[in-house]
Write a protein that binds this ligand. Sequence first.
Ligand code: MN
Length: 241
Amino acid sequence: MTDPARDVVPALEPVRLSVRGGGRFPVRRVYCVGRNFADHAKEMGAEAPASKAARGTPVFFAKPADAVTTGDAVPYPSATQDLHHEVELVVALGADAPAGVLAVENAQALVFGYTVGLDLTRRDLQAAAKAKGLPWDVAKGFDASAPVGELVPASKIGALESRTLALEVNGERRQASTLDQLIWDVPEILHELSKLFALRAGDLVFMGTPAGVAALQPGDRCVATLDDVIALHLEITSPSV
Ligand code: MN
């Protein structure tokens, strides 16, 4: 008879990010924010809020934790003809939120550090889902859809507002914005997320992308950066299926 305490399939090890200065960061959950830069909201045909008071609530979605990849080769996914890049600031939580809603003024204390990532998107499947009011999972949560770079402790980054998030593809700049353009900043997003989920150490939050999203092809070389502080290099490789 099988030992009732024995796993009948192998337990999944978490994806672990390298931390600058030493150590590794095991990933628990991956939350993503949609429409967090006005210029990107407009290019997607959505209304950009006229003021902070008119922001409403953020758009959230999630990716599976094992969609995170730290490799420098990302296979072009199946089932799409329109894979898009979205360069994003990624926030890594180093502590559990207390029970209840996290106050904006207490949110920064949860942040362990930052990296840059790509919220890779099957744009054709997302457009079809939006048109039918269907969920975005197949457009957003596919395997290797969340490449991320080295995790840098927050103390080494300092204030985010004047930092520039950017993406080059094959040496050509496709996306760039300073982070003062975020509609909801990091503490505000953590506050809003805490109304919906119990935030825990190990969680990642993709903060949304500025304008300039566009298609990627096999062979494209991407460099996502936060100033000269963080850089993620990867190549889109031939379809895996
Ligand atoms: Mn995104």
